[in-house]
Design a protein around this ligand. Structure first.
Ligand SMILES: [Cu+2]
Length: 203
């Protein structure tokens, strides 16, 4: 307590406990409301800067957590929405499938008005090399089979066939996508010429 400067010593005296307890609050009340007599202005200014830095570090940490969390959240997306229409088109040309997903879900929506018999759409996944043969065998299988050959081992997964205004969903294990490249397409006769896209396996 030399020269009226309190508590820069390492005193454990209970009488000085009141001074350290003001430190963790990082409030600036003591600055705004005038310093108590005898308080060292340099120490208070130092306190002010330390507190500012603590606040800044907290904000930086919070921002860093958001930056790290965003890609993790994206990696956890294990589904996709695909729209199809009366113009025989999907709205996607590629689907990213993360290998971190156990299962992947494709939600197919037919935003057109034409009935299934005229403009039916589905989603079939097969190795790109098998696509033409799977489509051709599907046409032979006919409408009753929804243009998928029965027990076709080349078909990794397929949805049901839907008409305008309908939606469907299919889920399959990502482990089935072992050796690519894979494609998705519509097996309705003639549609795979336009209705097809690639599948990209991502980490
Ligand atoms: Cu189609």
């Amino acid at each position: 307590m030399l020269n009226g400067v309190p508590s820069l010593d390492r005193s454990q005296g209970t009488a000085r406990r009141s001074i350290p307890t003001s430190v963790p609050t990082c409030g600036f009340g003591s600055m705004q409301g005038g310093r108590p007599p005898g308080r060292d202005p340099c120490r208070s200014a130092l306190h002010f800067h330390i507190c500012q830095e603590i606040h800044m570090i907290r904000h930086l940490l919070a921002a860093a957590v958001l930056l790290v969390a965003a890609p993790l959240a994206a990696a956890a997306t294990c589904s996709v929405e695909i729209e199809s229409n009366d113009a025989m088109k999907y709205n996607l040309a590629n689907i990213d499938i993360s290998k971190s997903c156990k299962d992947f879900t494709i939600n197919l929506k037919h935003v057109g008005k034409l009935p299934k018999a005229a403009m039916g759409h589905n989603v079939v996944i097969a190795a790109t090399a098998d696509m033409a043969a799977v489509a051709s065998d599907g046409i032979k299988a006919g409408a009753a089979a929804e243009y998928i050959k029965a027990d076709d081992a080349r078909v990794i997964a397929h949805s049901k066939m839907i008409g305008g205004g309908e939606s469907t969903s299919m889920t399959f294990p990502v482990a089935k996508l072992a050796a690519g490249p894979y494609s998705f397409f519509c097996s309705f006769p003639g549609h795979s010429a336009l209705m097809k896209g690639t599948i990209t396996l991502t980490p």
